[in-house]
Ligand binder design. Structure first.
Ligand SMILES: Cc1ncc(COP(=O)(O)O)c(C=O)c1O
Length: 440
């Protein structure tokens, strides 16, 4: 059977209406060349979504693949339950050198589980200190933290998670930062006053407040205004809540800073990282925390203060080897400078998207977003009842670029080391799609 047909027959895809999928001319990716993916018919597509926001260096042979291959020959995987492994130690040391204020690394396999670990750490921290009433969470509206149950509870987006709502944990919501335009500073105080109100009301029953670091990405591409994150960090300290930052989508240069929480001058107690950690080559995520939190878990086994969490592949040696080399390459190629240079270009191209249907263009680092709307209403449906998101996905593929908007929010989230000519191509395709949608 041809691969495309076999896929339709056997595979269930994430976030996909499979009835629709089976009608598509689907592509099966079988290889790659640089920043391009190659399908089973030999067609090439620029990876304009960084393979769901995690790819850094493209997909071809490079130093990361070599170190993974050396690691797999030396030791493919051994557990961190009761044993240590060399790459997990080296990587932890590297991460802690970068992430000032953090003193311990806990490993998991993906962003959602890094969030689950953060939740368990926060709740058990208070439990171990005898403050057992502090067991709920506060999170921001429009935040997204992953698809496991704890993560869905924190980042409850009704359009994704409504069927599971009755099973979700109790989470108090603080408002999302309202302005999506980062230059509109005037509302910051109102936004913060509302967050503070929720925090002060629930401080005795809440373990922590969690938010994305620097920007809310999946919930609509909302870039925080200056000082917003720093001041929430201070509010948490003032009211005795732990401050958890989800830097899974925004860490490692996405917003132009290697460590976003440091650039934001915020002081988290727990930080989650994933996605670009391995350059996008291996599923690995981490939950970092301070000595203060870690020390509350120390005691004799009989006290049961230790963290009851672990996965089969916690701290996978090949993933750790990939991440070590990835971080070395950031340094070797001065990637943050390259990202910042490309960010200037991205901003200029975004400003050139001069169209009556483009609203609220915004950008930070190698992240940009804008809404498509008409008469102040979101454009969500194209002709013949086709959803805008799928129209864009299909038509951009025809032009050789992979794009994936979030509803009517067009996003630009390319691989972090993307060459200028490929970034230009993504913007050309965005521009040409906008012009087409204008006419429909
Ligand atoms: C901010 C944020 N947190 C958590 C996650 C979940 O990560 P994963 O998909 O690796 O489980 C994502 C994924 O997009 C994310 O954007």
């Amino acid at each position: 059977m041809h691969l495309v047909d076999a896929d339709k027959k056997y595979v269930w895809h994430p976030y996909t209406q499979m009835l629709d999928w089976t009608r598509w001319d689907n592509k099966v990716i079988v290889g790659a060349k640089g920043f391009y993916l190659i399908d089973s018919k030999g067609r090439e597509y620029l990876d304009g979504i960084a393979s769901m926001w995690c790819n850094v260096w493209g997909h071809s042979d490079n130093e990361i693949l070599q170190s993974m291959s050396e690691q797999i020959r030396a030791l493919p995987h051994s557990t961190l339950f009761g044993l240590a492994s060399a790459p997990s130690i080296t990587l932890a040391e590297k991460l802690l050198r970068l992430c000032k204020g953090m003193q311990k690394v806990f490993y998991s396999d993906n962003g959602s589980t890094a969030i689950e670990v953060a939740m368990k750490m926060a709740v058990q921290y208070w439990h171990n200190k005898g403050m057992r009433k502090k067991r709920y969470f506060i999170s921001l509206e429009n935040g997204y933290h992953g698809d496991t149950f704890g993560a869905m509870s924190l980042g409850y987006l009704p359009k994704f998670f409504r069927p599971y709502r009755h099973l979700l944990l109790k989470v108090y919501k603080a408002p999302s930062p309202r302005a999506t335009d980062q230059t509109a500073a005037k509302d910051t105080n109102t936004d913060l006053a509302q967050v503070e109100k929720v925090v002060s009301k629930h401080k005795d029953s809440c373990a922590a407040l969690i938010m994305e670091s620097g920007a809310q990405i999946a919930g609509g591409g909302i870039i925080y205004k200056k000082d917003y994150q720093r001041r929430i960090s201070e509010i948490c300290k003032q009211y005795g809540l732990l401050f958890i930052l989800d830097e899974i989508a925004t860490g490692f240069g996405r917003l132009g800073n290697m460590v976003e929480y440091l650039a934001q001058r915020s002081r988290p107690d727990i930080v989650c990282l994933g996605k670009a950690l391995t350059g996008g080559y291996s599923p690995l995520a981490v939950t970092l925390t301070t000595a203060e939190i870690y020390n509350a878990f120390l005691g004799s086994y009989t006290e049961a203060k230790h963290l009851s969490h672990g996965h089969t592949f916690t701290g996978h040696a090949v993933g750790c080897a990939a991440a070590i080399t990835n971080l070395e390459l950031f340094h070797k190629y001065n990637l943050i400078k390259r990202i910042r240079d490309n960010a200037v270009y991205l901003r200029r191209r975004l400003n050139e998207l001069n169209s009556p249907i483009v609203a609220n263009p915004r950008q930070k680092g190698l992240f940009a977003a804008f809404e498509l709307q008409q008469n102040d209403k979101p454009i969500t449906i194209m002709q013949k009842d086709e959803i805008l998101q799928y129209f864009v996905m299909r038509e951009s593929m025809k032009m050789g670029v992979i794009l994936r908007p979030l509803g009517n929010t067009m996003v630009i989230i390319p691989p972090l080391a993307i060459p200028r000519r490929d970034l230009a191509r993504i913007m050309d395709v965005q521009m040409s799609l906008v012009k087409r949608i204008e006419k429909i």
